[in-house]
Design a protein around this ligand. Structure first.
Ligand code: GDP
Length: 190
């Protein structure tokens, strides 16, 4: 297994607090409740220390150290939380400063989307940012255990067409797609 050890390092809400880069990083994004924390736990094979996700609180970026060599970077969830213009601006500012400062170290940007919902505007914006910063992105469809195999095939095609990016069908319940995700991460980092 490529991912041997994952530990929480710190939570930041200002760019001055970003840790020194290591040998590469993979960032994770997605709307609130899409299953991002669950995926990070599945990939780490343990329950990672989690930071308060209270809506309306300052958005933070969480850094985890992987194999003492890389970072997993948990970007602030968005969607429900981005109702106010102010919050949207804050989120954009944080994501843009993260991308512009770290683009050379980000080897892969993983976007989780709910396999049961149509493409969301916020996800489109995120994918546009990734393209703008020249980042390689991977779309992970969460909660595919809620769909029939036939539907999974259809939604994979749908999201591939919409995002023009690589798409993996995943489920934390059945563990579908987990090995594939780990493989993509390993290939990107090594
Ligand atoms: P986050 O807000 O994106 O970090 O989402 P969480 O990881 O906290 O997950 C939100 C809810 O979705 C929780 O109740 C999880 O148990 C559930 N969940 C996460 N992944 C899956 C999945 O693949 N399948 C199903 N059925 N539920 C999931």
């Amino acid at each position: 297994m490529f991912i041997k050890d994952v530990r929480f390092l710190l939570s930041v809400h200002r760019i001055e607090q970003f840790p020194e880069p290591l040998q590469g990083e993979v960032c994770f994004a997605g709307r609130s409740n899409v299953g991002k924390s669950t995926l990070l736990n599945v990939l780490s094979r343990k329950k990672l220390a989690r930071v308060s996700k209270m809506p309306g609180k300052t958005r933070t970026i969480n850094f985890y150290v992987v194999n003492e060599k890389y970072y997993f970077v948990d970007l602030p969830g968005y969607g429900f939380a981005l109702v106010s213009r102010h919050e949207r601006q804050q989120w954009k500012k944080l994501i843009e400063s993260y991308f512009s400062l770290r683009k050379d170290y980000i080897k892969l940007s993983v976007l989780l989307v709910d396999s049961r919902l149509p493409v969301q505007e916020s996800d489109k914006i995120f994918v546009e940012y990734c393209k703008y910063y020249g980042l390689k992105s991977l779309i992970v469809l969460s909660k595919t255990d809620k769909l029939s195999d036939h539907m999974v095939k259809k939604v994979v095609q749908y999201f591939s067409d919409e995002f023009r990016s690589e798409v993996i069908a995943y489920s934390a319940v059945t563990k579908r797609g987990v090995n594939e995700i780990v493989e993509k991460i390993a290939n990107a980092l090594e």
